[in-house]
Design a protein around this ligand. Structure first.
Ligand code: PEP
Ligand code: MG
Length: 560
């Protein structure tokens, strides 16, 4: 594949980048028909050497990783240094198992023990299997799975990245991410945007691009150019500079050209994000996804443990608001300690606030911990419930929030029923926040985890815009604010449409804030209202985007 070629994916993290491709090697499996070792002692030596090589490789990378990466890599290296693995594999080799399968067998034995032990051990099973896959690759002499060592700034290409893989990426070396799977609201997308790395997902046959090939990607338009000409790279660089210049002159609270305020807030997933976001020019937090902190916990955190984490998140923002979403467990974000057992349709099941009917103590302990921190810090803490569908649910949540001594309760508007009845729902609480990721999923009946359904999940779908418009109208009748905290809020052109529909705040990955601030500053409120009308009048998602591109300020469109 040497000729110039353009491919279109979905831009999920803004910015442009060009550089050589580094392919993430997929996990390696031991071959099904592997012969027994002719010399068992030599095979055991080979296994010992493979595991030592895996450990050394991980330790070396840990020495150069950032804090989170270091912890993850060092802990994984320790597993590879465990002598028990060689011993178990050795027994299997003597029993006639081939060396690669002996490694897998030993790993699975350990995995079963880890799982039986539960707690922190059970959380390490993924790392254990990663060690096994690396050692199998070393024994077979094939590329080690995962993100390879990078010698120069590169574009990482993979089918998809596991959250741990994304978290351990070296931000200085990884200048862009391209995946063939994933979607707008997948964790790779959310984490890449959080880390400020331009990313495009759903790029066809991306994993077939030869390592070292020069590619240019645009995390706004979703365009990926293979073997771009120097002129293309120069033009992209020129656009990047223009954009940097355009956003450099702006700061502070978000508003349209004619001073109609639209608050610009950050989406965060834990203390590290909080520290990074608080250092940015944002007006606070519009969505703290508390479940992200507990993704690998297998028992419910205590009030004290939670208060400790919430304090680290809330304190950096001083007097700025922090909207904390109570656990949104279930479906795409399963939590071990909040699992009610298998469901046929988890996205339509007992998730989010619905979980509280069965497990009220989970909500109560969160509210108690938040109240402790709010009292201690005097911070502007607001609490919001996920997956609210009815006015009764909103009223119930509000009561519990107030009983715990927290002053402001809000609800996510991410179920079409709640959007259509927002007037009655918002009458029960202080604010609403449109979760456009789920609102899109439920309006279009398209699973957000299925990248193949990306066209239906496009937030420019006129039906989704109609549902948002209805939600804003209901909110306006109550006089209560309605924000957006789904990924749609970070798209500068869509942000104009949302502002025009009456949205009062936009919450997004902090890296997306400057361009959205710029977009708002270039348009008056009546212009935003007109763009909203133009988008809603379109027949298709593509037409809606094209029409807004056509009507929006040219200087903005030129740098997107
Ligand atoms: C949403 O659904 O739009 C949202 C913001 O929440 P999450 O992506 O965590 O479901
Ligand atoms: Mg949601």
């Amino acid at each position: 594949m040497s000729e110039l070629e353009t491919r279109h994916g979905i831009g999920v993290s803004p910015g442009t980048a060009s550089g050589p491709v580094v392919q993430v090697a997929p996990a390696v499996r031991a071959p099904a028909a592997e012969p027994a070792a002719a010399d068992p002692e030599a095979a055991i030596e080979q296994i010992r050497g493979a595991l030592a090589q895996v450990a050394a490789d991980l330790e070396e990378r840990a020495a150069r990783a950032d804090e989170t990466g270091q912890q993850i890599l060092k802990a994984t290296a320790l597993i590879a240094r465990d002598k028990g693995l060689v011993k178990s594999a050795g027994k299997l080799v003597h029993a006639g198992t081939g060396p690669a399968n002996a490694i897998t067998g030993a790993v699975e034995e350990f995995a079963a023990q880890f799982q039986a032990l539960g707690g922190l051990f059970a959380e390490r099973v993924t790392d254990l299997r990663d060690v096994g896959s690396r050692a199998v690759a070393a024994v077979l002499g094939v590329p080690i799975p995962g993100v390879p060592e990078m010698v120069e700034p590169s574009v990482v290409v993979a089918e998809d990245l596991a959250p741990a893989e994304t978290a351990t990426l070296d931000r200085h070396k990884v200048i862009g991410i391209i995946t063939s799977a994933g979607g707008r609201t997948s964790h790779t997308a959310i984490l890449a945007a959080q880390m400020g790395i331009p990313a495009v997902v759903q790029v066809k046959a991306a994993t077939e691009i030869a390592p070292g090939t020069l590619v240019a990607l645009d995390g706004d338009t979703g365009e990926v150019m293979i073997n771009p000409s120097p002129a293309y790279v120069a033009a992209q660089e020129e656009k990047r500079k223009k954009r940097t210049r355009a956003i450099a002159g702006l700061s502070g609270a978000g508003s349209t050209r004619d001073a109609h305020a639209v608050a610009l807030l950050a989406n965060i997933g834990g203390p590290e994000d909080a520290v990074a976001a608080a250092a940015q020019d944002v007006e606070g937090v519009g969505l703290f996804r508390t479940e992200f902190v507990f993704l690998s916990a297998d028992r419910a955190p205590t009030v004290e443990e939670q208060a400790d984490i919430y304090r680290q998140v809330i304190e950096p923002f001083g007097e700025r608001r922090v909207v904390v979403r109570t656990l949104d467990a279930g479906a795409d974000k399963p939590l071990k300690f909040a699992d009610l057992g298998p469901e046929e349709n988890p996205a339509l099941g007992r998730r989010g606030l619905r979980l509280s009917a069965e497990r009220p103590e989970l909500l109560d302990s969160q509210l108690e911990a938040l109240a402790v921190v709010a009292r201690e810090t005097g911070a502007d803490v607001r609490v919001m419930a996920p997956m609210v569908a009815t006015a009764e649910e909103a009223a119930w949540f509000n009561r519990r929030v107030k009983e715990n001594g927290l002053p402001k309760a809000g609800v996510m508007i991410e179920v079409p029923a709640a959007a259509l009845r927002s007037e009655h729902i918002l009458a029960e609480v202080e604010f609403g926040s449109l979760g456009t990721n789920d609102l899109g999923q439920y309006t279009m009946a398209a699973d957000r985890m299925q990248g193949e359904l990306a066209d239906l999940l496009d937030p420019w779908q006129p039906a989704v815009l109609d549902v948002i418009a209805a939600a804003c109208l209901g909110a306006a009748r109550t006089g209560r604010p309605m924000g957006v905290c789904g990924e749609a809020g970070g798209d500068p052109l869509l942000a104009l449409v949302l502002a025009g529909l009456g949205v009062t705040s936009l919450s997004m990955a902090p890296a997306k804030v400057p361009v959205v601030r710029l977009a708002l500053s270039m348009h008056s409120y009546p212009e935003c209202q007109r763009l909203a009308a133009v988008a809603r009048a379109a027949r298709t998602a593509r037409d809606a985007l094209d029409a807004v591109r056509e009507e929006a300020n040219r200087e903005l469109v030129d740098i997107l």
